[in-house]
Design a protein around this ligand. Structure first.
Ligand code: C5P
Length: 211
């Protein structure tokens, strides 16, 4: 059985003490993947941004807020894990400067200068030791398979789970799983817990046998 690191939920990037950038990720797919992994007998570490969902009691859960904190927590957890599943939707941009006081209205347009946050999966994939595997998610609206495959290659993932924007916050999901050669290794649809069980079966079949 494997020890699996799962990233889940959104992150927040604060602009000032009360305002932040984020996205609509609910953490429900991360919750479902954690539950499916535990049900399959694996041990699970979830690194989660702020979410309303509860993770399975058997999961070790590390709560973080920002993308940088999510990366730090994952880097600490990865050495004790066999692989990572990146279900999170980390915020891709962060303000260049965080205002110490609440930004005041001036009636003039407000300019925000943003820089990109680190890509957690790409960083973990580059730093992993031999035998550790990385599975990414790709939420694509157009040219889906090609975009997902290019993400798999950029982030050096072993498999990528492709889904559409209707999955956000929904009970159900429909996904395709692609390997680095662009082969479709699974097509799954239904309640997120069923889709998560299928993702775990694909990981067990394609990745756990080779480590
Ligand atoms: O590039 P994009 O955000 O579409 O890629 C999605 C995949 O990359 C997901 O597996 C997500 O968890 C991961 N990701 C990440 N760090 C980021 C952005 C995305 O690990 N900063």
């Amino acid at each position: 059985m494997a020890r699996i690191l799962i990233t889940s939920g959104p992150t927040r990037e604060f602009l000032d003490p009360v305002r932040y950038l984020t996205n609509a990720s609910s953490g429900r797919m991360g919750q479902a993947v954690a539950a499916a992994a535990i049900d399959a007998g694996h041990s699970v570490v979830v690194v989660s941004g702020p979410v309303a969902v509860e993770y399975p009691a058997a999961a070790e859960v590390i709560h973080v807020v920002s993308t940088a904190e999510m990366l730090d927590a994952c880097r600490t957890a990865l050495p004790s894990c066999d692989g990572v599943i990146g279900v999170a939707a980390p915020c891709d941009f962060t303000p260049v400067t965080v205002q110490q006081q609440k930004i005041r209205k001036t009636r003039a347009p407000l300019q925000l200068e943003l820089r990109e946050t680190p890509d957690i999966l790409a960083t973990l994939a580059a730093e992993r030791r031999a035998g550790q595997w990385v599975v990414g998610f790709a939420l694509e609206t157009d040219d889906q398979r090609r975009s997902a495959l290019s993400k798999l290659r950029q982030k050096q993932c072993d498999l990528i789970v492709l889904n559409g924007p209707t999955a956000i916050g929904a009970d159900e999901s429909a996904v395709e799983i692609l390997d680095p050669a662009g082969q479709l290794v699974a097509t799954l649809s239904g309640p997120k817990i069923e889709v998560a069980r299928g993702i775990l079966r694909a990981i067990e079949h394609w990745l756990l046998t080779i480590v």
